[in-house]
Design a protein around this ligand. Structure first.
Ligand SMILES: Cc1ncc(COP(=O)(O)O)c(C=O)c1O
Length: 407
């Protein structure tokens, strides 16, 4: 169980907005940071700042140990076989692009195809559009049904022997749907395709065990799991990383350079060109420690309780449409909705005046918005620090907004 006291670990939540308590309900966009993360980063900057992997002096070696220690923490967090399977990136988007550029350009050929679903974030659509256009491959899209789940029959039908990759979200950032990744992975592998999971949301909201997922690549976002911005990771099986050509060229990723050619460093460093975001990695490591202490099973349970609570309250409001599953057990900690007669931007503005921060817009999922026939929705999303009181505050503000527009 997550205690309400957890909220006190997040200094920003002590703020008052327009004189009201700060009800932060936009954790799907980015999460707030606990004191432990802020302190770890502060301490790194004050005591350990030096370039990693380069110096043979004490502080550089300490910085390297902290940076590599964070890699180990993240590897353990997702049950990877080895920390060598973790490549630090700037964010989940860069992790997906890394696969599209390095693996995709070496493995996807003219006439092949890549499959995604309609509920993907633009980060898991556009890199595959760029790749498939460039090499003359086909981008196939599995539809989403009315309850906001991937149509598994249609997904099965579109995976063929020419499918090289199935790229699917672990949790939709709009609908909250959590596709059955092990099942999709088995299906894809039977046809010889690899599987990439966009874990930007799922890793932050539920336990992740890459061994059980059965996927080949997993994109991770630091800022969505209580860590800082500017750090994320790609997990991939080590042999895949070893086979893949580099992504970016530069310092740190090489073994030897002559004017004619270069040879590559071992994995994962082969994919980490240039000075890395060591302080970000250390912050992410502290976020992992914090989440481990809470227990990801508890985090998931906490969010499901909040989802059930918020769904019930929202559904009681006249004119509310909710997108995605209405069963809390099938939904991660995010609810997209609209209120009849109130544009979601207006709703978000009115809620802000009541101290509640919700998101409004297309949530970087425009194809999905089109499917539901809307340009934008409002969205409230949760994390470990969210309380029922935050939801009550937002619900009261939604009622107030609806009445204002009704009159
Ligand atoms: C499902 C999903 N995938 C990918 C991303 C992109 O993550 P990042 O900001 O780490 O690039 C997001 C961010 O909202 C997301 O929700």
């Amino acid at each position: 169980m997550i205690r309400a006291m957890v909220r006190n670990d997040f200094p920003i939540l002590r703020r008052r907005i327009h004189g009201k308590p700060f009800a932060y309900l936009d954790s799907t966009a980015t999460t707030q940071k606990p004191e432990a993360v802020i302190q770890a980063m502060d301490e790194f900057q004050r005591k350990f700042n030096a370039n990693v992997h380069r110096g043979i002096y004490t502080v550089s070696e300490e910085a390297t140990a902290l940076y590599e220690g964070a890699r180990k923490k993240l590897a353990d967090f997702i049950d990877a076989w080895s920390e060598r399977e973790i490549v630090f990136t700037r964010n989940a988007t860069e992790a997906i692009n890394l696969v599209a550029y390095a693996w995709g350009r070496a493995n996807v050929k003219q006439g092949d195809n890549v499959a995604v679903s309609l509920m993907e974030h633009h980060s898991n659509i556009v890199p595959w559009q760029l790749l498939t256009k460039e090499v003359g491959a086909d981008l196939r899209v599995a539809p989403v049904n009315v309850v906001g789940e991937i149509d598994m029959k249609k997904l099965t039908d579109l995976i063929t022997r020419r499918t090289k990759l199935v790229a699917i979200t672990g949790m939709s950032n709009v609908l909250g749907t959590m596709p059955d990744i092990p099942r999709i992975a088995r299906m894809a592998h039977r046809k010889g395709a690899l599987v990439l999971v966009d874990g930007a949301q799922s890793v932050a909201h539920m336990p992740t065990d890459v061994r059980k997922l059965g996927a080949d690549f997993l994109a991770i976002s630091g800022h969505k799991m209580l860590g800082p911005s500017g750090i994320g990771a790609l997990w991939a099986r080590q042999e895949l990383l070893e086979q893949m050509p580099p992504f970016l060229g530069g310092g740190d990723m090489i073994r030897e350079v002559t004017l004619e050619k270069a040879t590559w460093n071992d994995v994962p460093w082969k994919f980490e060109a240039g000075t890395p975001n060591a302080v970000g990695a250390v912050g992410l490591g502290a976020a992992v420690d914090y989440l481990q202490k809470l227990g990801m099973g508890n985090v998931h349970q906490h969010e499901q309780t909040l989802v059930a609570y918020a769904l019930k309250k929202l559904r009681a409001i006249k004119g509310v449409t909710i997108y995605g599953p209405l069963d809390a057990r099938k939904k991660g900690g995010v609810i997209a909705f609209n209120v009849e007669g109130v544009h979601s931007h207006d709703l978000a503005t009115l809620l802000d005046r009541e101290g509640a921060a919700i998101r409004s817009g297309h949530h970087c999922a425009q194809p999905l918005m089109r499917k539901f026939g809307v340009m934008a929705t409002a969205r409230m999303s949760f994390s470990v620090y969210t309380t029922k009181r935050d939801i009550d505050q937002a619900i009261a503000a939604i009622e107030k907004a609806r009445k204002t527009f009704d009159s």
